[in-house]
Design a protein around this ligand. Structure first.
Ligand code: HEM
Ligand code: HEM
Length: 179
């Protein structure tokens, strides 16, 4: 049977993930633009970016089993079938990117020619399971960046659709916000 509403864990995980992705994305651009002469700032921004990204990965790994076990509340009956199908595909794509983008980020960090350690929360060393590899790094950083842009573009379209439906009187946004 479908649950009557999103659980509070599902709602918290949704909004925490959205905030961390937004912040991590902005930090990604800022940290690469910081000049090497501001080395400490650059290092700290990279660590913050990697921590936010790894948190997104951990939250998503916690969220997917909850979603598979518990399911989602019934769709708003006023929502046309094509919009439900489009939203379902969008959600699937977002879940996929929430796993793939941080995984590619990890591989980018691990293969980087300048072997900077990855310190989760600034203190916990995360082992790099693959070593420095300039050729792979060149490819991985491009794919990481391209898919991060795709993730944020899709999430923006998804948020705009949620807001448009809210203005038309659908209760999807309220259901995700406060159940
Ligand atoms: C949802 C999570 C993430 C998002 C949205 C994201 C986004 C970005 C963006 C926008 C950039 C800048 C692109 C560029 O100009 O090169 C970037 C770079 C980078 N990210 Fe992430 N990232 C995420 C997760 C991670 C994780 C988990 C790690 C590592 C543990 C990571 C490591 C890196 C590294 C090392 C770079 C710099 C690559 C370079 O030097 O060009 N990212 N990321
Ligand atoms: C990076 C940002 C975001 C990501 C990755 C994201 C991801 C997702 C995913 C994967 C779902 C499906 C939940 C499930 O079926 O388990 C969802 C649902 C939802 N999201 Fe987001 N979201 C983001 C930002 C936003 C924002 C900014 C808003 C509103 C302005 C929003 C509003 C909603 C609503 C209303 C639902 C429920 C839709 C429904 O009932 O079908 N999301 N989101």
């Amino acid at each position: 049977m479908l649950p009557a509403q999103w659980s509070s864990a599902q709602r918290r995980l949704h909004w925490w993930t959205a905030s961390l992705v937004g912040l991590g994305f902005v930090l990604g651009w800022v940290m690469v633009a910081v000049p090497l002469r501001a080395l400490l700032t650059k290092f700290l921004l990279y660590q913050a970016h990697k921590t936010l990204g790894l948190l997104v990965l951990l939250l998503t790994l916690a969220r997917v089993p909850v979603r598979l076990r518990r399911g989602r509340p019934a769709w708003d009956v006023a929502l046309p079938g094509w919009q439900r199908r489009a939203a379902a595909w969008m959600h699937l794509a977002l879940y996929g990117l929430l796993l793939v983008v941080p995984a590619l980020g990890y591989l980018t960090a691990a293969t980087a020619p300048a072997q900077v350690p990855t310190l989760f929360l600034g203190v916990i060393p995360v082992p790099h399971l693959v070593g420095a590899d300039p050729a792979w790094f060149a490819v991985l950083r491009q794919v990481h960046r391209a898919l991060a842009i795709l993730l944020v573009a899709l999430a923006t379209a998804h948020a705009l659709a949620a807001l448009a439906n809210h203005l038309r009187g659908h209760r999807g946004l309220i259901a995700m916000w406060r159940g």
